[in-house]
Ligand binder design. Structure first.
Ligand code: PLP
Length: 437
């Protein structure tokens, strides 16, 4: 596969953009090699600057649930854009999108639009702090909530009251207000709550994490969190930036039958435009300015082009629930296919899947939290990633990311994907267990 133009562009990009990219995971650092520069995409396919075609399993990290350049969205944007791209004043479209969401999701009475998932989670914890008058938050190792200071805190293995900043530039003061727990470990959260009585404003969690691969909640874990938060007057925030409108129209809340106090959205809600949102019950949401004292604003929030894109996609998804069934079946076909290929092989593996999110981990033990996800063999992952890429299958360039399917994927695309996986696995076997010895 010729990728000369991407190579050239990446060299040039490095002169003008830090690391050549505007978001780190795009740089292929954890898998090595040169990132592909994408020229266009249609349906399930990405085309790079050298004209190579790839079957896409990132879907822009989620938003392109109906595939790229989905006609109704493209047409809606084209029609709207001639009326100007922004007004800095309210529009009917914002009301329509908010109404659609509030009427579809039982525990959302009001919703505020922002420009990214990061803004949504940052605003959600500010609101939770303002509403409860408490300062600390609990987050889970391996859950990603965007790049707000409070979320860039890593597990200080067993550190109960002190979090350590994960990034220079995050102050110790901020880090101290973020308490870390392990996903699927309810007791750990209970201990944190006991050690910080009356100080915890919110627990924020990806109810079904997609940022350490795809991880499923164990029986009782989220139910237990819900009860604990009720008992202790802690705001439970579900970060559904990834799962919202993807696992089903009602997201993880609907799939799991558990309601959070504040829910954050992003990705699918903007159909590929920069949109995020946070919503919840009236009494909490009315604490935001201008009704309430918690300040949060945005020059481009509720941008009309972003709103028409999101509204068009969500209206379609709401009236076509079969999309979710089809996505589930397609993803199941991939799961079964990969299992068939790997079952008889000496490569240790785990596959986690729910709906159209799936991840493959090269490890022998079940992947249930950050530590077990981090146990995966990264060399195997790199080999698998590059083996697939050179066969025209574009997977997330990190073992810590879920794959995202779009409904534009055809059965023949899936067959092609599995054929590429078969060759890749054979190549890995030969390399790992043949020629190396
Ligand atoms: C992507 C993501 C975010 C951040 O959204 P941005 O739009 O990249 O700021 C937050 N939370 C979760 C769960 C995400 O997957």
């Amino acid at each position: 596969m010729n990728t000369q133009k991407s190579k050239h562009l990446f060299e040039k990009a490095n002169q003008f953009i830090p690391g050549g990219v505007n978001s780190p995971v795009r740089a292929f650092k954890s898998v090595g090699g040169i990132p592909l520069f994408i020229k266009k995409a249609k349906g399930a396919y990405l085309y790079d600057e050298d004209g190579n075609r790839y079957i896409d399993y990132i879907a822009s990290w989620g938003p392109m649930i109906m595939g790229h350049a989905y006609e109704p969205v493209v047409e809606a944007i084209q029609q709207k854009v001639i009326d100007s791209t922004s007004f800095g004043a309210p529009t009917e479209l914002e009301v329509q999108l908010a109404q659609l969401i509030c009427e579809s999701i039982p525990n959302i009475d009001r919703i505020r639009m922002v420009n990214s998932g990061t803004e949504a989670t940052m605003s959600a914890i500010r609101l939770a702090r303002g509403f409860t008058g408490k300062n600390k938050i609990v987050k889970f190792a391996g859950c990603y909530h965007g790049h707000g200071d409070s979320f860039l805190i890593k597990a200080g293995s067993g550190a109960v009251t002190l979090g350590y900043p994960d990034s220079p530039g995050v102050t110790p003061g901020t880090a101290q207000d973020t308490l870390l727990a392990e996903y699927n470990d309810l007791q750990g959260v209970q201990k944190l709550v006991e050690a910080n009585q009356g100080e915890i404003a919110a627990v924020i969690i990806e109810p079904i994490p997609g940022n350490m691969g795809c991880i499923l909640p164990q029986e009782g874990f989220l139910e237990g969190l819900r009860q604990l938060c009720n008992r202790e007057n802690i705001i439970l925030i579900f970060d559904e930036v990834m799962t919202g409108f993807r696992l089903g129209f009602g997201g993880a809340q609907q799939t799991l039958g558990i309601e959070a106090d504040i829910v954050t959205y992003g990705k699918v809600i903007g159909a590929g435009m920069p949109v995020g949102a946070y919503g919840g019950k009236e009494e909490i949401m009315d604490f935001i300015a201008p009704t309430g004292p918690v300040y949060q604003a945005g020059t481009l929030s509720g941008n009309p082009i972003a709103m028409i894109a999101g509204l068009t996609l969500l209206q379609y998804l709401k009236t076509h629930p079969e999309v979710y069934l089809q996505l589930d079946q397609k993803c199941e076909a991939i799961e079964i296919g990969l299992k068939d290929l790997l079952e008889s092989k000496p490569l240790p593996y785990q596959i986690n899947r729910i709906g159209s999110m799936i991840s493959l981990h090269f490890t022998a033990s079940p992947v249930v939290d950050f530590n077990t996800a981090a146990n995966g063999n990264n060399q195997y992952f790199k080999d698998f990633f590059h083996g697939m890429l050179k066969r025209g299958i574009y997977l997330p360039p990190s073992a810590f990311e879920s794959w995202f399917l779009s409904n534009a994927l055809s059965l023949s695309d899936i067959d092609q994907t599995l054929a590429a996986a078969k060759e890749t696995i054979l190549e890995m076997e030969t390399f790992a267990f043949g020629s190396r010895h």
